[in-house]
Design a protein around this ligand. Structure first.
Ligand code: BES
Ligand code: MN
Ligand code: ZN
Length: 503
């Protein structure tokens, strides 16, 4: 067990196995960042030549360790690079600190006690230090027979604002949020064979215990009875049947009601429109949206935010068998709209359609869906940035909500010609797909909008940033990232701080 503290103490006088400071990259010489002042004066003039000899430049991800030999109360000084200091870009600065804190967690894995003297001059920075540290230290060891539990016993975040009430609150809340992100990572990293829709639904039921969130699991029979043709159709090819998990958090006197809908394809083989072997490699991650909306709801409840949340985890496994949905089949989404299925690998939008229609029924103020929906958005934006589509004001609010934790959501359009493509079916109300190569992510968004009944809505396509293929870097570790969770929680926070009348 690790305990976390927030203190307003000097890093030079704090006794810990390791004390961490950060530096900005600045031409040839690194520039020590806020928080490191006392360390700089404790070393005096000897620090600069020492760092230069070590070749430390302050580049992002860079780490160097210096035995202090009495210069500080701690025996080891760890320096982490922040990269070049962004010019008047608060979000970029917060992200640099978050990443450096993540790197710090891995560089101090063998220390029993750690003091973090990173830039922490306000609550936003405090939050990114502790969240970055908790996320960078994440490891998924469940399937390793020898899992070395390398975690410090005591972690102290040093901050000049530590005595302020908002800082302590932020510090506690950040731990709740980071725990929710790591829970998303655990689910995403779990092999698809061990997290089929029924097993995932069980996990969600276990996870809500002890919170104020109520959960209902709709099984395949119930989904057929209700007419949830998206989930039933997509899940039809798997021996593990689909589930729709509905979560409800209803605080007293809520200032607003937000509905969250998550894509939960526990494995995406493509179905009869089968993927390539390589295309399937990471497809256990295709339930990241459902994991994210579930854990975001739990985090919002744990924080006690005064926002009502109704969440839908749309769970199905997209497999091939004699009972698979076929290209050319027509399915009926919950509520009655018919869809011509032309590509069984465009399955996400079908399960989300059921979820969106269920959400609309609850009359929420806003609907946000989260999905690893299209490789097209990955092509367009790479693996660090998400796409956001939808109503202008909701899109703006999502972009804004992402800033505090360094999550970038890039606004994308739904142009009229793409809407026409959705209306191009000759046999059903709408078409799920066409073989036009361009704008596939936009087409998916246009399709989803058909099921929002023109309500305030945003669609987050997180196909790129949901899964990190490389080695650990900053606060990202290999596998699931938990991307979009902090955005959803901060979105709910923004709603909470509005007056009830304008919610
Ligand atoms: N789950 C995939 C999208 C995806 C791709 C997520 C890569 C994460 C990484 C989705 O179901 C899919 O297969 N999308 C197709 C859409 C196409 C058939 C219109 C795609 O991206 O090719
Ligand atoms: Mn697919
Ligand atoms: Zn998919």
């Amino acid at each position: 067990m690790t305990t976390y503290h927030l203190r307003a103490a000097s890093p030079a006088k704090t006794r810990a196995d390791a004390v961490v400071v950060a530096a900005w990259e600045d031409g040839k010489n690194p520039r020590l960042a806020d928080g490191a002042e006392d360390v700089r004066s404790a070393y005096g003039r000897s620090l600069r030549p020492l760092l230069s000899t070590l070749g430390f430049t302050g580049k992002s991800g860079e780490v160097t360790r210096v035995p202090t030999r009495g210069a500080l109360s701690s025996p080891l000084l760890v320096l982490v690079g922040l990269g070049e200091k962004p010019k008047s870009n608060r979000a970029a600065e917060l992200l640099a600190v978050r990443r450096a804190a993540g790197t710090a967690a891995r560089s101090t894995a063998n220390a029993a006690s750690v003091a973090l003297a990173l830039p922490a001059g306000d609550t936003g920075l405090v939050r990114n230090v502790i969240e970055g540290y908790l996320l960078g230290g994440y490891a998924f060891a469940r399937y390793q027979s020898k899992s070395p539990d390398k975690r410090a016993g005591t972690v102290t975040v040093l901050s000049p604002v530590a005595r302020r009430h908002e800082a302590t609150t932020t510090f506690e809340e950040a731990q709740v949020v980071a725990t929710a992100v790591t829970a998303v990572r655990d689910w995403v990293n779990t092999p698809a064979g061990d997290l089929t829709p029924p097993l995932f639904a069980d996990e969600i039921q276990k996870a809500v215990k002890g919170t104020r969130v109520k959960v209902t699991v709709l099984d395949d029979q119930k989904l057929r009875d209700l007419g949830c043709g998206g989930l039933v159709g997509v899940g039809g090819g798997s021996s593990a049947p689909p589930r729709l998990v509905e979560l409800r958090y209803s605080p007293e006197d809520p200032v607003g009601h937000m509905a969250l809908v998550g894509k939960g394809i526990t494995f995406d083989s493509g179905g009869l429109t089968i993927k390539t072997a390589k295309g399937m490699e990471t497809m256990k991650c295709d339930m990241a949206g459902a994991a994210t909306v579930t854990q975001a709801t739990l985090a919002i409840a744990r924080l006690g935010l005064p926002v009502r949340v109704t969440a839908y985890a749309c769970l199905a496994e997209n497999m091939l068998s004699g009972s698979s949905m076929r290209p050319g089949d027509v399915i009926t989404i919950y509520g009655g709209k018919t869809v011509e299925v032309l590509n069984t690998d465009a399955e996400g939008r079908l399960v989300l359609a059921d979820g969106l229609q269920r959400a609309v029924e609850q009359d929420p103020d806003v609907i946000v869906d989260v999905a690893t929906l299209t490789g097209h958005m990955m092509m367009a934006l790479g693996s660090k940035v998400g796409a956001v589509f939808g109503s202008d004001d909701v899109v703006d609010a999502v972009v804004e909500a992402g800033q505090e934790s360094g999550e970038k959501h890039w606004p994308m359009p739904i142009p009229p010609d793409v809407v026409e493509r959705v209306h191009g079916s000759k046999i059903a109300d709408i078409a799920q797909h066409d073989w036009v190569r361009w704008g596939g992510g936009l087409l998916a968004a246009a399709f989803l909008r058909e099921f929002t009944d023109e309500r305030p809505w945003a669609h987050l396509d997180i196909a790129g940033p949901a899964y990190h293929k490389g080695t650990a870097a900053g606060h990202w570790t290999p596998g699931g990232t938990g991307f979009a969770l902090t955005t959803l929680v901060d979105y709910a926070r923004a709603l909470s701080s509005r007056a009830p009348s304008d919610a």
